[in-house]
Design a protein around this ligand. Structure first.
Ligand SMILES: [Zn+2]
Length: 349
């Protein structure tokens, strides 16, 4: 156990996962046995993959530092010796190549999902390896909702004040102790006067442990950004379709506080949140594509491991009741053929 603990302090990803699962289970069952409990750390299924990802990323960052210094010298912004930087870069290059080979080998060892994922235009070896390393074990996500929640696309009960601002989760984890001896303690919120419970999108709140894996969320976001850049068939059309739909339905930005077009809002300075701006519509479309990508990954990965697929995956995309088959978006696997075979509820639920 000593090894596992040490590993988790380096990157406490399993702690977050454990927390998510507990919260999900708790909301499923509608009760909590204890208000205070220490998280028990669960070992990773693919610890080597995570370690080789970290090593590759460290080497990339190191190389980047020296490239920036060399660039500054070339621009005349630095008086450092250029040959020194050039020699360092030349020394890092073979190490980086070896790190990438190792990363690919460790990602391939996860199973056929690596090959299928990198078969999608815009998903390179390092991006795929990073996602696989962070999800680690698809068997621990019995439903797509669990994976969405882990990746930052979940809902939970939050205490909201009179102004509509989220103040605290109904229940969550707070960090106690010093950095080296950190302990996550489960806490039930004591609501203040005027607060009420609302089911909201998961959010990060100061003082509380994030309810999701923030790094996975940003990695999935990176994947979708790459789809737009590379014009990945299927995903890029979905992105433009979502953006276009919103632009048609909401041709003018709206003040969130007043609920009127921004041009009619009388308190522009204090009412900062505007809906249906280009940035807001971009974020909405990115979110939609991210959820669909995660769903595809979940379906395909689970099929390759012979795991059951729960029925909600057919209807679960954004509540629109449409199922987007992974094979229509470039995944080299016939998921339709599996629908009748494994399209059933997991035995445990
Ligand atoms: Zn307003």
């Amino acid at each position: 156990m000593g090894e596992v603990r040490a590993m988790c302090y380096v990157k406490p990803i399993n702690c977050v996962r454990k927390q998510n699962q507990e919260e999900a289970e708790m909301s499923d069952n509608g009760h909590s046995e204890e208000t205070k409990r220490e998280i028990t750390l669960k070992p990773r299924r693919h610890p080597r993959l995570w370690q080789s990802y970290l090593w590759w990323e460290e080497m990339m960052k190191l190389r980047q530092k020296h490239l920036l210094r060399l660039n500054a010298i070339t621009r005349g912004a630095s008086s450092y010796a250029p040959d020194f930087e050039e020699a360092r870069i030349a020394a890092i290059n073979p190490v980086l190549e070896e790190a990438l080979d190792m990363l690919v080998a460790d990602a391939q060892a996860v199973g056929p999902i690596y090959g299928l994922f990198t078969g999608i235009k815009g998903i390179g070896p390092s991006l795929a390896a990073k996602v696989l390393a962070q999800v680690d074990d698809i068997a621990s996500f019995e439903t797509i909702s669990k994976l969405w929640r882990f990746a930052g696309y979940g809902m939970y009960e939050y205490w909201v004040d009179e102004k509509g601002a989220v103040q605290a989760p109904r229940e969550g984890y707070v960090s106690m102790g010093t950095q080296g001896e950190r302990e996550m303690v489960r806490k039930l919120t004591e609501p203040k006067e005027g607060w009420h419970l609302e089911t909201r999108r998961d959010v990060k709140i100061a003082g509380w442990k994030s309810p999701y894996n923030t790094m996975l969320k940003s990695t999935v976001w990176q994947c979708v950004a790459s789809f737009i850049k590379q014009q990945t068939p299927g995903y890029v059309e979905l992105y433009y379709q979502e953006k276009g739909r919103w632009a048609t339905e909401h041709p003018e930005p709206i003040c969130r506080t007043c609920g009127v077009p921004v041009s009619e809002c009388r308190a522009k300075r204090s009412h900062k949140v505007k809906l249906y701006t280009p940035a807001h519509m971009h974020a909405h479309a990115m979110r939609k594509v991210s959820k669909v990508l995660l769903q595809h990954l979940w379906v395909v990965w689970r099929i390759t491991e012979g795991l059951p697929i729960s029925r909600p995956w057919i209807h679960a995309v954004g509540g629109h009741g449409t199922y987007i088959a992974p094979e229509d978006f470039g995944w080299a696997i016939e998921t339709r053929a599996y629908q009748n075979v494994v399209g059933r509820e997991p035995a445990s639920t």
